[in-house]
Design a protein around this ligand. Structure first.
Ligand SMILES: [Zn+2]
Length: 132
């Protein structure tokens, strides 16, 4: 069964990359406010298109609470880009069905179909943060 077309995947990859750049800009401005020139210098080395270097991991080493939320978001995006690279993108990690393109347009980092996501949220609702 046909999942996403190459052009749909291209659109979603573009969106993921844009979201990643937006996060990096926010992180940079927070670091600039922190006045830590060493960290700012590190961030100014733009990650290449290869995606070999995880920016999220580099930032996690900074160990700044203010960045935690961004780092989680960046990890999700990097993981989604990795799934695209591996040809695993757009398939529900729980049940294996194709995730609807419309859902991916709204949530390009989605790992699960809407049915599994809702089930998961119900199952974990009483335990606080769901574990990914
Ligand atoms: Zn599913």
């Amino acid at each position: 069964m046909a999942a996403l077309t190459p052009s749909q995947i291209g659109q979603l990859a573009k969106k993921l990359n844009e979201n990643l750049q937006t996060l990096l800009r926010e992180v940079r401005s927070e670091l600039e406010n922190s006045g830590d020139q060493h960290r700012i210098d590190l961030l100014n080395n733009e990650p290449g298109d290869s995606g070999d270097e995880s920016m999220a991991n580099a930032l996690a080493d900074f160990n700044l609470a203010i960045l935690d939320r961004h780092i989680d978001d960046m990890r999700d995006i990097e993981a989604a880009l990795q799934r695209i690279k591996n040809g695993e993108y757009g398939v529900c990690t729980d049940c294996g069905v194709d995730v609807a393109f419309a859902r991916l347009q709204a949530y390009p980092t989605a790992k699960r179909c809407i049915v599994c996501q809702e089930k998961r949220e119900r199952d974990y609702a009483h335990e606080g943060q769901p574990k990914m």
